[in-house]
Design a protein around this ligand. Sequence first.
Ligand SMILES: Nc1nc2c(ncn2[C@@H]2O[C@H](COP(=O)(O)OP(=O)(O)O)[C@@H](O)[C@H]2O)c(=O)[nH]1
Ligand SMILES: [Mg+2]
Length: 360
Amino acid sequence: MRIGVIGLPLSGKTTLFEALTGTSPDSRKSGRQGPNIKVVKVPDERVDRLAEMYHPKKVTYAEMEYLDFAGIVRDGHTREMDGAFLKSVGKIDAFVHVARVFPETVFPHPLGKVDPIRDIERFHTDLLLSDLSIVEKRLERLQKDVKRGLPVEKEMVLFERCRDALEEENFLSQVVSDPSDLQRLRSYDFLTLKPIIVALNVHEDQLGKPGTESLTRQVEGRFPFLKGSLFVVAGEIEMEIAQLSEEDAAMFLKDLGIKESAMKRLIHLCYQKLGRISFFTVGKDEVKAWTIPEGLPAVKAAGVIHSDFERGFIKAEVIAYEELVKAGGVPTARQKGLLRLEGKDYPVRDGDVITFRFNV
Ligand SMILES: Nc1nc2c(ncn2[C@@H]2O[C@H](COP(=O)(O)OP(=O)(O)O)[C@@H](O)[C@H]2O)c(=O)[nH]1
Ligand SMILES: [Mg+2]
């Protein structure tokens, strides 16, 4: 999954990026072009346990890729959207929008006053306008195609519906759900089709305070579709904690009353929002976690590993992680008849340990 961290300048994007990736601020570069990119391992106790069982040569965790975009300032205004920015954004799976809640420091808020609701609104407007301009351009083309007698009726209707929705300030994700419609829109990489997670970036003193709680309620009230996508985080302290050893980090988090690090919380949230799950392959050579969309048919999951697996798919031997651990290993599980033989259409579940049988 590629996650773009975006937001206004001085909202704490780079700081949060460092918290999420364990990067040290010392490695910050100034005047660099393009986004900061870092790939992190997805911590997963199941992979650790499977590795203990198999002692494989190689252990491979799932990965998340984070991109930290520099804030873009133009004409004295802070506008996050421009051509180069959109191009790099187009390829991400979801946004983490950092909205500044921590108060004035030596770095004032670029819009004068801390107001996360305004910032969220602005960001949404930028997304809507960007998509609308693409839709309008496409409609112009389609009108010409109609005059030339091309069969573009269906697409025309769809794009008109998109235009109307965007003009009414609705996200495309709220109005387009039909799989064939989504397929038609795919190549346009519309920004309002991408999931958004909002990181309300607070100072550590604001954690768990009534003001923060009520702000969360307010944001949910104002943007109902963001319910379940809000993430209150003290970016700066989490960044500092992310530099520590695991034991020290656990101690500091506990002292602050933080149950789980931002790094882990955000990974869970992304899996949930993007409907992703993990399945595992095991063996002496490698124990590996694979990330796929929830319910992906076994044959497609096989294809994620190798196109030969998909092409020559015969069966999937499946066992749930918990059961495998109980049995102590695939051979024992096989003897006990705990391995299920599943066909092409079997929807893969989170935690499945799979051996694919194929023939090419
Ligand atoms: N108090 C406080 N300051 C923060 C927090 N996050 C970032 N800052 C400060 O805000 C400034 C800008 O942060 P930075 O991450 O570079 O913002 P960016 O421009 O959005 O990338 C830095 O001086 C940070 O120390 C936070 O959670 N709390
Ligand atoms: Mg930055």
